[in-house]
Structures are given as C-alpha cells and as structure tokens.
Design a protein around this ligand. Sequence first.
Ligand code: SF4
Ligand code: SF4
Length: 413
Amino acid sequence: MSGSAFDWMRPEGDTSLPPSDPLAGFPGVLDCVHCGLCLEACPTYRATGIESDSPRGRISLMRAQAEDRVAPAEVARWVDRCVMCRACEPVCPSQVPYHQLVERQRAGAAADRAPSFLERFASSTSRQRLFGRLARTARRIGLLALVERWGPARLRSLARAVPRHPRAWRPKAGRNFAARGEARGVVALHLGCTYPELLGDALREVVAVLTAEGFDVRVPDQPACCGALHAHAGAPEEGAAAAAATLRARGDADAWIVPSAGCAAHLLAADPKAPVAEPIEFVRRHGLRGTLRPVARRVAHAPPCHLLNVLGGAGSTDGMLSETPALAVCALRDANLCCGAGGASFAKQPEIAMLLGNAKAQAIGDSGAEWVVAGNPGCMLQIEAALRERGVRAQVLHPARVLREALGAELPD
Ligand code: SF4
Ligand code: SF4
C-alpha cells in the first residue's frame, strides 16, 4: 500500500477552520503541532512506516477533510486502520484528545450505515449464546480450520479469532459466589460480551481470586454489552446508553469488577467517578490477605492498551507477577505496542491486525514464555490466534490465573 504522505497538508502556521466546520468544536485538531513525538508510540506507523498510518497523519487528514481538501472516503480509509490503542495520547505534548477526534470522524462516516455484525452480536445475550454455540461446535468439528484456510477474508478473520479450546461459562443473573473466610465486601462481576462464550475460564479465575480474598461476588442482571464496541464503531449514543445501563446494573455492590480493560475504560469514560475496577488492581489495593505460593512458570505480560494508556493500571499485574514466588517473568520486546486486537480490528482491519499480531507473536516466542497473560478478551483472542499461526507454543491466560494458582484458590463450578 502506498502513502501519499504530506501532499494534503496545509502550510504550518495556518490553523483556521470555518466556524461552520464540524471539527471547529474540536480544539485538539488545531493543537497538533506536527512534532512527531507520537510516531514511535503508534503501532500502525511502526508496522508500515506510512505517515497516514500515524496519529499525526490521521489528524492532518481529518483536518483536511474538514477544510474540504480531501475526500471523506480517503480519510476513512486511513482512520479505520487505527486500532484505537491510544498510545499516542500520553506522549503528546499538546494533549490532543486523539480518540475523541476518531470517534467523531467515525460517527460522521457511520451516520447512515447499518450496525455491523459485531455490534449486533454485542447487543443481545441470546445472539452471543447462539454465536458461541456455533463457534464452539465449528471449532470442535474442524470447520473453522477449513474456513481459516479457504474462506473469504472477513469470515477468515472471524474464524481465526475463535480459540483452539473455547470454553463457555455464563453464571446466571442473581447468582452469588460467597467470600471465603471473613467477608471484606461485596462486588459485582461484569461478564462482557466475549468472556462467557469463548473465554469462560478467565471469569472463573477472577471469581476464584475475589472470593479467596474475602469478597462476595454477585452476578447482576446486566446489559449484553457495555457499549465499547458501539463507540469504537462510530455509534457514540448507543455506546453511552449501554455504558449508563451497565453502570446502573451494579446495584449496591461496592465495586464493578471489570476483567476487560477496554470495557473498564469505556465505563470510566461515561462516569469517571464510577467504582469500576480491574480485578488484580482491586485485590492488591485492598491488600492481599493470602500468602502467595510458588508458581514455577515462565510468564510474559502483554498489557492491554487501555490498561496501559487509559487506566494506568498495568503496574498492578506487573507487581503481582514480580511478587509471585518461583515465577520467572519474561521481558517482552515492545510490550507496550498493541497486539492488533484494538477496536475489534481483527474483524474490521485484518491486514493491520495480522501485521501487529505477527510482531507480538514473534516477541512472545523470543521471550521464552510458556504463559502469556493479558487482561482483556480481545487481546487474549488475538494473541492466541497469532501464536497459533506462527507456531509459537505459549498459552494465553488472564492474569487472574497466576494469582489464583499462587493463592491456591478453588475454581467455582
Ligand atoms: S505528539 Fe501530538 S502534537 Fe505531536 S504530532 Fe503527535 S498528535 Fe501532533
Ligand atoms: S490510537 Fe494507537 S493506532 Fe491509533 S493513531 Fe494512536 S497510537 Fe496509532
């Protein structure tokens, strides 16, 4: 793919926009000073070296669209390749609110389109169940392997996201898992759209850790999706409504435990004061009361982008790993770069997702890790698919697996 680089950019110094311009309300688009400090942080730019695949390039494209200097379809072509990892935001000296610009651009481009397959999937628990059943059966009988090899591109990328051993675990609404020993509080468990059908073991690990640490875990009746997928797809109203409904579903529990960094970031964007917590950070903040036993494994941490760049909570998992006796923590090259899962890119932008996934799988292979932990379902699916394709033998797990083993906690039924 060739990039047209800078030919659509305006000369430096002229930052005017017509008052009627839809981007006039976004001071961030004018705040970009083209310094390029974001380039090295951006996984898509690092993968392709094309200016239009960088935050700086996309911001300039959005501005050029607002000023009628480039066709919207050309802008969408490049903005859609952004995995929304937000690694460009913390390094930007002008504090350009990059994700807001992208969400606004996508919302404009998506105004009259039909909801995507992923949005439909996320919006209904019964659809998730049906998809989960079909996906697990298709994986078991080998159909997905055929689709991955011979199917059309879109179907192929969906098929490769289904793990080799998908596991369903969807606790019923209203179920309560009792704290072990003296209770320290009550938390609500956010299930999310992906864990219950494909990665149920991760939810069980989280419940085991929380109950072992003295928390009653409730499963509230909750919306099928927190709305993050809708927001990424350019449907901000639906995304905000689903987030508000999800936050209300917590009831009187002390905290919403959200094992998915992407969902936690979306919920906190809707209400920054909401008691939303990532499970490892939550139990460590309350002080681990169990004694950690040795876990003799070689483990690498692939921190989800939203944990790193939005929630700032990756240090909790790193701290937990480094404190676990006998655990060998394997350094991962470019651990801060997105694995390609961001913004459901595996389904919508398979080419870029594959490039980033391959780089992550290569780094994991080189690290010598036998376990890779990632606290986000999209990352778990994407990394497992990339490892499978490259023939790297490492198991992908939620970080709660390590803590559960270290605590010697029992898994719930
Ligand atoms: S770091 Fe910020 S100001 Fe500099 S080029 Fe990137 S977006 Fe623009
Ligand atoms: S959000 Fe991530 S992929 Fe998108 S421009 Fe920023 S750093 Fe690059």
